[in-house]
Each structure stands twice: as C-alpha cells, then as structure tokens.
Design a protein around this ligand. Structure first.
Ligand SMILES: [Cu+2]
Length: 174
C-alpha cells in the first residue's frame, strides 16, 4: 500500500513539472511566476516572478520571449507623480547572493499583442534569457491578485503607453 502511494506521488510529480514551486537554472532559482489574468479581448498584460541568485557573480535577465505575446522587460517608475513604463533595454541585474522580484508597480515582463487575453487559471510558457544562466522556459499561471497584494496598486490609466500603441490597455484589470 505504501509503495503504491509513493509510486502515485512520483508519477504525479513527473506529470506536472510545470507547477514545480521553484525552477533552477544554473545559480538561479525562479519562484512564484504568474501573469495577470485578463478579459478575452485584452491585448496586453504583465508577467511577474522572483529570481534568486545563489552564485557569486551578478547575472542579468536580458530579455524574454513567448509564442503567445511579444515580451519586453519594463520598469514602472514614477515621474512627477505619474506612473510611466520604461523598457529596460539592458535588462535587469540579479545581484550575486540576492533576490530580484518583478512585481506590479516595478519591474515586469510586458506582454503585448495578445490574441485571446489570458484566461484566469490558464498557463503560458515564457522563456527567460539570462546572461549567465542561459535560457529558461517557465510556466506562468494567469492569476488575478488583489491590489493589496501589489506593490502600490498601480493605476494603468496613468501609464505612458505611447510606445505600445493605443490598444495596449495595460496589465489588465481596470
Ligand atoms: Cu510595461
């Protein structure tokens, strides 16, 4: 009986690697990947995660890519009290021995050109390109997190979306 149970657990884990709590790539551990769930007509959203660098050398998230969206690395910054998003063309440094969290109101993966939105609970592959750890494909689940869970409850209406076209209505739930 115990053996049967153990086997079932093993098979279950093998069948569902996509929900692994932590993904390891070289010296990096990636945790809590999620994208903001949207309506079916939304054209853009945001992707978020935490990366911990166990190594002794800084790494860098250079860029990311996906087949369901065009992906850019962005940072939301306040300029004269207004939130604006800036593409991070040099990527995001993951300092040696430290964690970097991409979260609403700060760094994020900008997902643009969605065709069907991101349905709550659906999962999407996004490949992260790191300077040292290389390419890592991570499964992001679409969630709707409460504003109180977010860094500052960003208000997308204040974002400067001039670089994204008029249909880029932001990260989703407004
Ligand atoms: Cu953005």
């Amino acid at each position: 009986m115990f053996k049967t149970l153990a086997l079932a657990v093993t098979l279950g884990m093998t069948a569902l690697p996509v929900f692994a709590e932590h993904i390891t790539a070289g010296e990096l551990t990636i945790s809590d990947p999620w994208v903001r769930a949207t309506t079916s007509v939304a054209r853009s959203s945001g992707g978020f995660l935490t990366v911990h660098n166990h190594g002794t050398v800084d790494d860098r998230l250079l860029s990311a890519s996906a087949d369901f969206a065009m992906v850019q690395v962005h940072e939301t910054v306040q300029v004269d009290g207004v939130n604006r998003m800036q593409e991070q063309t040099d990527g995001i440094v993951i300092p040696a021995g430290e964690s970097m969290t991409l979260a609403p109101g700060g760094y994020h993966l900008m997902l643009m050109g969605l065709e069907h939105g991101l349905e709550m609970g659906s999962v999407q592959d996004i490949t992260l390109h790191f300077e040292h750890a290389g390419d890592v494909t991570v499964v992001f689940e679409a969630e709707m997190r409460r504003p109180t869970d977010q860094a500052d409850g960003e208000d997308m209406s204040d974002h400067d979306m001039s670089g994204h076209g008029s249909d880029a209505d932001g990260h989703g739930d407004h």
